[in-house]
Write a protein of this length. Structure first.
Length: 359
């Protein structure tokens, strides 16, 4: 894998001064800002759920795994009283536990019930859709080929719905070699945060090998993942450098770097924060593309734009490839308790791209 994708920036001990950056002769320095970017509806819902739970029940509120894959969000919620754990047995019996946006398996639900935990299921509804598809296809006798990454929480949750009926396919190479006993009743599903192009490359190989392979009833790739990749494809050919704001364990953020490199960007880097940018990346750069993963608050992007402005990239052009207006209701368990207490149950806030006051 390209080291530009899998490693953090090396932060210089002393920043390079803007006047010491080499700039292309005669070039107008500018930023192409991708839209859509940042928070998707599922992330928005999950983060608000933890915020509202802390407000209503008080701290601590336990959260299994990271509520979403973003360091800033997790750190800030921790400061407010959220306690992040890896497994349910780390939660005191009878306490309150939120399941992350990535979903959990039935076994995890059972473990929580055995410990008499009060649970709030913040699983993204689009992930829940994949879970239900897995249950239905397994019940109907299908072997399910799940395209996804081993170890990712979403994949673990989906496979837990039908562990005896799902085979994980991680990439096109595995699609070329996987052996399936009964190739007559086959269907494919996918992790929601994958690269659209790589997923379809994998699926096309599987289709060639297994002609009876059926498609899911609807596309499993999250609308937000797809939209953000389309936007990056638009700005990448025009960009000397693409900067993606997102965490290393965010699958969709890592994919955005890959997509940018595959579609014409001369260079592409991922950072959690503006302070991680190495200014040497700006040498000989006229145009910087900027985007962010689906679990990134907009404030982190604005911090990056401010830094870019200090280095001469003050002209910002937003490239819009889609409009998003999807909103998901808060988790049922939380809505019920809020309603009983006479509190607002909507997650609607002012502004289309709310930053959750996390900045």
């Amino acid at each position: 894998m390209d080291c530009r994708i899998c490693t953090h920036a090396t932060i210089p001990r002393k920043r390079i001064a803007p006047e010491d950056i080499r700039t292309p002769e005669g070039a107008d320095q500018k930023v192409l800002l991708a839209a859509p970017r940042g928070y998707c509806a599922g992330v928005d819902r999950a983060v608000i759920a933890v915020e509202r739970a802390l407000e209503h029940y008080g701290a601590p509120v336990y959260v299994r795994k990271e509520i979403v894959h973003n360091r800033h969000v997790v750190d800030t919620l921790s400061e407010r009283g959220a306690v992040f754990v890896n497994e349910t047995d780390e939660v005191p019996e009878g306490a309150r536990l939120v399941f992350s946006a990535h979903g959990v398996s039935p076994a995890v639900h059972a473990e929580a019930a055995a410990r008499e935990l009060s649970t709030i299921d913040a699983t993204c509804p689009l992930v829940t859709k994949v879970h239900r598809e897995a249950v239905r296809f397994a019940r109907d006798g299908y072997r399910i080929l799940l395209v996804g990454h081993a170890g990712h929480e979403e994949v673990e949750g989906t496979m837990g719905e039908a562990p005896d009926d799902i085979t994980l396919i991680q990439n096109p190479e595995e699609a070329k070699t996987v052996e399936i006993g009964n190739a007559e009743s086959l269907v494919w599903l996918s992790q929601t945060t994958l690269s659209v192009d790589e997923t379809m490359e994998t699926v096309n190989i599987l289709r060639e090998r297994f002609p009876h392979l059926q498609d899911p009833p609807s596309d499993d790739i999250c609308y937000a993942t797809s939209n953000r990749q389309v936007a990056v494809k638009k700005i990448a050919p025009q960009s000397d450098l693409v900067l993606v704001v997102g965490s290393a364990n965010s699958s969709n953020s890592v994919r955005l770097v890959e997509v940018a490199l595959e579609h014409g960007a001369r260079d592409a880097r991922r950072v959690d924060f503006a302070r991680e940018v190495d200014e040497s990346w700006f040498h000989d750069v006229a145009t910087v593309g900027v985007t962010s993963g689906a679990s990134v608050p907009e404030g982190l992007v604005q911090d990056l734009l401010k830094l870019l402005g200090e280095y001469g990239f003050g002209s910002v052009e937003e490239i819009v490839t889609a409009e998003e207006d999807i909103m998901f209701s808060l988790p049922r368990e939380l809505r019920k308790d809020l309603k009983a207490a006479g509190k607002k149950t909507s997650n609607k806030r002012d502004g289309a791209d709310r930053d959750h006051d996390l900045i």
